[in-house]
Write a protein that binds this ligand. Structure first.
Ligand SMILES: [Ca+2]
Ligand SMILES: [Ca+2]
Length: 564
């Protein structure tokens, strides 16, 4: 009987101490009765029943509750705004890491915060919840020189460490500001002043950006990547693979798959990735849709496959080898194909797949759709995948068109439905919610959303765009390709995800924290300047390239560099 009770944690809690006292008395009594009088079996039975009940009760009472889920997992505020955080799945009392209590708390932070919650039931406390990040959206902090004539408390500006501000006249001081007029000043994060002030600021570590059109004449470019040959590799959705000279803009067609590819609606030749050791293994992996039986397009069923080609410089791609075939596609609506490819340093190929407009497939672990799949480079299933004989790495995705690996983390960018586009941190064997959860577990889909989150191993997004998010001008932003930036050439972009945004045609910077597991700043660039940005790549010199999604030869590649 002793084996069923886990005494190992500690005897700190009162009911465990009571249990120990009871156990000692029981053993003593039991032994005493056994020795003294073997006729008292009724008494022994009664004692045994009492003891078992008490043990069961104690085990129940001593099991720590599950940690709550805090939603939303990220909030991006304008300075002075408040955020409400709710702890889900706690049947007892909730304590927050900032000392507040209650299932929901309201905070008005002066600087970025990370909060967790614990759940206490009886005398047992859960481990901490997920970390909820509350970030203040500061704007224009990258201007190199600013004359601020408005009261600073009315502007959303943040002056970080290493940034110098010179006060040119006297200002009313704020307790959180330390300065000497005429000298460089150090401002604490989240400061504000009380009166109109004029500052001239020079912010270090910030580059102005210049752009240049590298190439045009492309038709719906979908993938751009920087090759080890210092050329831009590109797919056009109609079924063309190109190699683009980033200096001259000349386009060399490597392969014409238009007779094999079905390109209708969102379908076609989509993602591409090169083998990480391209010199030794000059393999090019692509994913495309095709109609069964061809020719393309046809009304026959549509499937999607990952195919590897071998490259011979300067312009030959051949020796097609099918890596993964028979991914169900969608010839009814021709949409939601995901299709970004990533190869990690341990030589695993990740393929994002869409729900092909059949939302329940995303929660069906037997389906390849609405998933992030993981395979060996020959398409075989890795032994350490979550489920034996399954390529499924994560589930619950709708249409992940962005995928990037950086510093041990895999990130996706995903189209939501009419709200809640997402950027996610991809964690093995977890569920990303679709179609039962839109974005955070905040109940904007109804009360069932929170329950599903608690019960179904759901991960909330790093960022979700919905109308109350100040970075949403429409209810969706339509994020597509994504890359990671960590180069000194554009210092303000270091340790950031750069996301191609189709709506409002912009490049979005999502600055990560030092762990790479939280987004701490968001900024938009080039709004409506070039067109719908479909994909992004970065070269080792820290130059950034974006491709513009336009058909009929109007697709372009644009280069972004620091202004000399
Ligand atoms: Ca989700
Ligand atoms: Ca939600």
């Amino acid at each position: 009987m002793l084996e069923v009770v886990d005494f190992s944690p500690h005897f700190a809690s009162p009911n465990k101490a009571i249990l120990l006292v009871f156990l000692s008395n029981y053993l003593f009594l039991n032994t005493y009765i056994s020795v003294q009088n073997k006729q008292h079996t009724h008494m022994k039975n009664l004692l045994t029943v009492c003891f078992c009940s008490f043990v069961a009760l104690s085990v129940w009472a001593n099991t720590p509750p599950k940690p709550p889920i805090v939603s939303p997992a990220s909030s991006f505020l304008t300075y002075g705004q408040s955020a409400t955080l709710t702890a889900l799945g706690c049947a007892g009392s909730v304590t927050w890491s900032n000392g507040q209590t209650g299932n929901s708390v309201n905070i008005t932070p002066k600087e970025d915060q990370k909060l967790t919650a614990t759940c206490t039931v009886a005398s047992e406390t859960s481990i901490a919840s997920n970390v909820a990040v509350v970030t203040i959206n500061w704007v224009n902090s990258c201007d190199t020189t600013q004359n601020l004539t408005a009261p600073l408390s009315n502007t959303a500006r943040k002056y970080e460490a290493k940034k110098h501000i010179t006060a040119t006249n006297s200002v009313a001081s704020d307790a959180s500001v330390r300065y000497n007029a005429g000298q460089s000043v150090t401002l604490n994060p989240g400061f504000q002043t009380n009166s109109g002030a004029v500052f001239k600021s020079h912010i270090e570590g910030c580059s102005n950006l210049s752009t240049r059109q590298v190439a045009t004449g492309l038709s719906s470019p979908w993938e751009i990547l920087w090759g080890p040959d210092s050329f831009i590799w590109n797919t056009e959705r109609r079924g063309i693979i190109n190699r683009i000279n980033p200096t001259t803009g000349s386009i060399t067609q490597l392969l014409d798959l238009t007779s094999q590819v079905s390109a209708l609606g969102e379908s076609g030749l989509l993602g591409m990735v090169l083998h990480p050791d391209f010199t030794t293994n000059p393999y090019v992996y692509v994913v495309f849709t095709y109609h069964v039986g061809g020719p393309q397009p046809s009304t026959a069923g549509m499937l999607q496959k990952v195919v590897r080609y071998s490259y011979t410089a300067p312009s030959t791609l051949n020796n097609a080898a099918v890596i993964l075939d028979n991914i169900p596609a969608n010839s009814q609506f021709n949409n939601h194909f995901g299709s970004r490819l990533v190869i990690t340093p341990d030589l695993k190929l990740f393929v994002s797949t869409g729900d092909i407009a059949n939302a329940p497939l995303s929660q069906n672990r037997a389906s390849l759709n609405g998933k992030i799949l993981r395979m060996n480079l020959d398409g075989s299933i890795p032994a350490d995948n979550p489920t034996a004989n399954s390529l499924v790495w994560t589930s619950g995705h709708r249409n992940p068109q962005g995928l990037v690996y950086a510093n041990g983390n895999l990130y996706s960018a995903e189209h939501g439905p009419n709200t809640d586009d997402e950027v996610n941190l991809i964690l093995k064997n977890r569920n990303y919610g679709w179609p039962n959860v839109f974005g955070h577990c905040d109940g904007n889909l109804g009360a069932g959303e929170a329950t599903f989150c608690v019960d179904s191993n759901v991960v909330q997004p790093l960022v979700s765009w919905f109308p109350s998010n100040p970075f949403t001008t429409t209810s969706t932003i339509a994020p597509s390709g994504m890359d990671y930036y960590n180069n000194n050439a554009i210092p303000q972009w270091k340790n950031s995800l750069l996301v191609a945004i189709l709506k409002n045609q912009r490049l979005m910077q999502l600055k990560l924290d030092e762990t790479g597991t939280y987004v701490v700043e968001m900024r938009d660039y080039f709004i409506n300047q070039f067109g719908r940005i479909r994909d992004i790549c970065v070269n080792p010199a820290g130059q950034v390239f974006v491709c513009i999604d336009a058909g009929g030869g109007s697709g372009k590649v644009i280069e972004i560099t620091p202004t000399p």
